[in-house]
Design a protein around this ligand. Sequence first.
Ligand code: ADP
Ligand code: MG
Ligand code: ZN
Length: 493
Amino acid sequence: MEYETVIGLEVHVQLDTRSKMFCGCPADYQAAEPNTRTCPVCLGLPGALPVINRRAVEYTVMTGLALHCRIPEFTKFDRKNYPYPDLMKGYQISQYDLPLALNGHLEIDGDPDLEYGRRPIGVERVHLEEDVAKMQHFPDDAEGYSLVDVNRSGVPLMEIVSKPDLRSPEEARQYLTSLHSMVQYLGVSTGNMQDGNFRCDANVSIRPAGSDTLGTRTEVKNMNSFRSVFMALEYEVERQRRVVEDGGTVVQETRGWVEDRGVTVSQRSKEYAHDYRYFPEPDLPPLNVGSEWVDRLQSALPELAPQRKARFQEEYELSEYDADQLTVSRATADYFETTAALTTDTTNRPAAAKEIANWMTGDLSYLLNQDHRDIADCPVTPGGLSELLGLIADGTLSTSLAKTVLEQMYATGASAPEIVREQGLAQISDTAAIEAAVAEAIAANPKAVADYLSGKETAARFLMGQVMRITKGQAQPELALQLVQAGLDAKRP
Ligand code: ADP
Ligand code: MG
Ligand code: ZN
């Protein structure tokens, strides 16, 4: 029997606000010593009253708008009740029936192995809630204990729930990557998955191909990278298929991904599913998001990756590949455009853009990858790169010398002209100086000269290499090759 996979994702995104969701505590919970970012509100002390963080509401509406959601004028917060020690109040303030954003979609390319192709994936809702405290368990200690860090309690958390429209782990990966890029471009979250700023629970079921009723789903948790989401889903699809093929039925349950074993294990089944006893939060007024406010946010939305990629192809005549590479993050795209603005004039824009793209995706990204640095912290600024390109354009540096200079700029923070001046690195285009090096190379390599004269043209290349060595790479390459050939031809009888 052929099966179809059905996946729906619930993504939690911590919003990058200065203060927490319902109190004035700083939200930089990771930078701080445990339990130093707390107050009566986020500690859940009786009588403390929450106040809604306006910025968090705006970030959620912006995300909703970017996902083409409807923003209802009237929303409210609700209490979601469950007893767990990471929940300081015994309930989480969340949104139940009236979320901030509804019924949107996010475009994906589609799994190349399936027939569905590029299409919108439905987004059911985007709502706002608060994060919970962080628990650390020490079960193996003689005493056996747990620690609670309340810093994270009350950090604004946005939840984005997809419709069950994804048809394979690959499609889930595409949806996640695109959503991740979106929140970073919007500037609403750092989106760091390792730090838990961007988390995903995956709901998955299978059904006979062609059926249009949904199968029983499991919900998989605990993945902390895109790769783990993909692997957990592959594992879970296969596990469910085996259950069905062995004549069993899939049980609705929550399963945890165990990274080091590469399996999912049952955590709780439906009988133990929570009854959250949702009810409206009586300590907060209902929230009216007026159309003027929404219009203002809509018109301030930044350009997102897909549009920016298309514009890069159009405006700078970049290839799709380059445009893709240069828009992976907003910081990368900004770096490119700032450099381009400093480097190009309208007559040479495509050529200069291509050159900037080559340096950014080549040498510069190699240097950044080597010490796991983000382009936002690159020691070579757009201004610095543009100066370097200027020295290539005016003939001061050959491309290979420029590579050496870039490495030094990266390592020391010095500018290209400084490095060239201090180390005398400028390209030699003085004919007499290169001729002297050519004469030296010819005198030292009689075998290569003989080879050349007997018809082995590649020997000229070897001699040119010697000239570059003698001039410490500074001879202007085309001129050096010309002079080598002239020097050799002069030896012909
Ligand atoms: P809950 O309230 O238990 O979280 P929802 O109905 O809100 O359940 O669904 C949560 C997520 O599960 C959504 O992303 C939805 O698309 C997905 N989902 C629902 N039913 C299925 C199913 N049968 N197979 C796969 N995913 C599903
Ligand atoms: Mg759920
Ligand atoms: Zn607080």
